[in-house]
Each structure stands twice: as structure tokens, then as C-alpha cells.
Design a protein. Structure first.
Ligand SMILES: Nc1nc2c(ncn2[C@@H]2O[C@H](COP(=O)(O)OP(=O)(O)OP(=O)(O)O)[C@@H](O)[C@H]2O)c(=O)[nH]1
Ligand SMILES: [Mg+2]
Length: 335
């Protein structure tokens, strides 16, 4: 199944029902007053985060989200029925952008979060409401209010606990494949990974966390080079980051600095997120070679692994888990 993480949809609310213009005609009231009822309001379109959904796939086929119109008012002071609101389920982590203005309308992060995206028109008033002491038989009434209609871009931002960041071929997907049941494509050419992949990693203590593998980062990525923004937005909400650098890189410091700088140019918030440094492909070091060293004071720790030779993987899992636990403790007081 293709991973659908961005779709465009149109949301159209219901039009308000029109008010009615009517004069009472009854045997004992020859000069009956106005009795035209109000129109019902139109239904609104809401998005609602639903944890049963994991992708935006449904909205590839269902692109128009419509709520019901309100009914017109009727004589004998009958108010028209309001149109029902619709609640459109989206996966938690969906961001909603108004395509006409480019403005972020909101994010639905947790199951149950609700966002109004198109408001129904109000019901028009019937002539009964226009009666005054000087005009006891008004005929005027209002038409129903126009509904809101918007083109929306829905983007699903993945929520992983740890995001893997590295240049193409750093070994991100290989790591995910040996740490979890996920089976991302692995190959020795750049940009093998085109869409993000998630995997659940179990630790030795029986706990687990979610690892997000994303396409490789290259210089200029923050302004759209390579796969551009598409990848960084996926790790925006992971709680920690792992910067991955192969041991056989000539200048590991430059690799690290490039990754750090692309990330901070993209988002200063993301750059401040706790991170570790992971040197990959340890098996490529000859026994007498020293492991690489870099200056990375902001990193919580530096580890060296080989996914192919299965070296250092338990330490990596435990190291990530430890850092995640510390993060949870820091977050806890806020609820
Ligand atoms: N020797 C050795 N090769 C590795 C190791 N891990 C990954 N590789 C190789 O490095 C190449 C790239 O691996 P991937 O896992 O696809 O790299 P990636 O970081 O996901 O790359 P992109 O998706 O293109 O960004 C493949 O040929 C892997 O077999 C390792 O531990 N040792
Ligand atoms: Mg990959």
C-alpha cells in the first residue's frame, strides 16, 4: 500500500435555509398576522482526529466533504430543520492548511481533537420576525446565509519517538530493518527511501519505541533541495533525533555540521531537540583503525554500530530508550 501523507480536499458547508413569508389564514382570524418561520442553519464541516486511522488514504478518493443544507422555514411559524454537521475522521497528527491563504488552520494531534473547517450558513429569518407595532403584516423575509467553502491541504506528520537523520546512504533504512519488523528498501544509491517508514523497536527491558526513517538530507535540503522539506517535516514531532554518519566518511565533523545546519535552518525548534550521534558501518573499519571522533557538545551521546554485523545495536536501543525516558520526565509536569 502506498503511504498517503498529503491530500487536497474541498470542504463545503451547508447553505442556510431561507425564511418563509406567510400570513396566517384561519377561519376565525381573517386578518391573521405573519407566520413565516425561520430557515434552519446549514451544517458545518469539522475534522476530527481518530486513532483508528493511520493514513489519509481515504481522502484520495473522497475529495469533497459536504455538509447538509438547512431547510427553508414554513408557514405556521415552522422553523426549517438545521443541516447536520459532518465529522470527518483524520489520523492524529494531521495538519490543516487553507490553500487559498496558505494559512495554517490547525493541527489535530490527539484522538478526539476537533477543528471547524467550513461553517454552515445561518438560517434566514421568516416574516414573523419582522413584525413591529407600525408594520403588523410584513412580507419581508431573508434568504439563507451562504456557507463557507474552502480548499484544504491535509498533511499527516508522523509521530515517531526517534527520527533518523543522515545523508543518503548513511544506513538509516538498514538500521530500521534490523531493529524492527519494518522492511524498508535498502540500496547503495542515494534517495532509496522516498517516503518515511516507521518501525516499532523493542528494548531489552520489554519497552518499545517508534523509530522513523526518512529520506536522506543533502546540503540545501532546508530550502527544498533533494526531497526538500518533505522529509524534515516528518521528524518535526519526533521527541529525539539520531544523526547518522558512516565511519568511512572522510570528514565526519563536516558531515555532522552539515546535518546540524540543515536542521537548524529548517527549524530552530527541531535543532534544539535532544540528539545522539550514531556512527554506522563499523564493520568497514579495519581492526587497527581508530573510530572516528567529532566535536559535538550538544549531543547526549555518541555510539558506533554496524547494522550488517549486528554490532552495538543493543547499546543503541538502550541509549535511545534512556534518552526518551529522560524526555518523558521533563515533559511530565506539563501533563
Ligand atoms: N558495510 C555496511 N554497509 C551498510 C551498513 N548499513 C547499511 N549499509 C549499506 O549502505 C547502503 C545504503 O543503505 P541504506 O540503509 O539504504 O541507506 P539510507 O540511509 O536509508 O539511504 P537513503 O534512503 O538513500 O537516504 C546499502 O548498500 C547498505 O547495504 C553496515 O552496517 N555496514
Ligand atoms: Mg533509506
Amino acid at each position: 500500500m502506498q503511504f498517503i501523507d498529503q491530500v487536497k480536499v474541498r470542504a463545503t458547508a451547508g447553505r442556510g435555509g431561507s425564511g418563509c413569508s406567510s400570513l396566517r389564514r384561519e377561519a376565525f382570524y381573517p386578518k391573521g398576522g405573519p407566520d413565516g418561520g425561520d430557515g434552519g442553519r446549514g451544517g458545518s464541516v469539522f475534522l476530527c482526529a481518530d486513532s483508528n486511522l493511520a493514513t489519509l488514504l481515504d481522502y484520495r478518493y473522497k475529495r469533497h466533504l459536504r455538509a447538509e443544507n438547512g431547510r427553508n422555514g414554513e408557514s405556521r411559524d415552522k422553523t426549517g430543520k438545521s443541516g447536520d454537521d459532518i465529522l470527518v475522521p483524520v489520523p492524529p497528527g494531521t495538519e490543516v492548511v487553507n490553500m487559498d491563504t496558505g494559512e495554517l488552520m490547525g493541527e489535530l494531534l490527539n484522538s478526539g481533537d476537533k477543528l471547524l473547517v467550513a461553517k454552515g450558513g445561518r438560517g434566514g429569518r421568516g416574516n414573523a420576525r419582522f413584525a413591529t407595532s407600525t408594520n403588523q403584516t410584513p412580507v419581508e423575509c431573508e434568504t439563507g446565509g451562504e456557507p463557507e467553502e474552502r480548499d484544504l491541504q491535509l498533511t499527516l506528520k508522523l509521530i515517531g519517538d526517534v527520527g533518523l537523520l543522515g545523508e543518503p546512504n548513511a544506513g538509516k533504512s538498514t538500521l530500521l530493518s534490523v531493529m524492527s519488523a519494518a522492511r524498508p528498501k535498502v540500496a547503495d544509491y542515494p534517495f532509496t527511501t522516498l517516503v518515511p517508514q516507521l518501525g516499532v523497536v523493542g528494548t531489552s527491558s520489554g519497552d518499545s519505541f517508534v523509530m522513523a526513517d526518512i529520506p536522506g538530507i543533502i546540503e540545501g535540503a532546508h530550502e527544498g533541495k533533494g526531497l526538500g522539506h518533505q522529509f524534515l517535516r516528518h521528524v518535526e514531532r519526533t521527541r529525539i533525533l539520531a544523526y547518522m554518519i558512516p565511519v568511512n566518511e572522510e570528514d565526519p565533523q563536516a558531515r555532522y555540521d552539515l546535518l546540524r545546519s540543515e536542521v537548524s535552518l529548517y527549524s530552530s525548534v527541531l535543532a534544539e531537540r535532544p540528539h545522539i550521534v550514531v556512527f554506522t558501518k563499523k564493520d568497514l573499519l579495519s581492526p587497527d583503525e581508530d573510530p572516528p571522533r567529532i566535536n559535538a557538545p550538544a549531543a547526549s551521546r555518541t555510539l558506533i554500530i554496524s547494522s550488517v554485523a549486528h554490532r552495538g545495536l543493543d547499546d543503541l536501543k538502550d541509549g535511545i530508550w534512556e534518552l526518551l525516558r529522560q524526555e518523558k520526565k521533563v515533559e511530565a509536569p506539563e501533563g
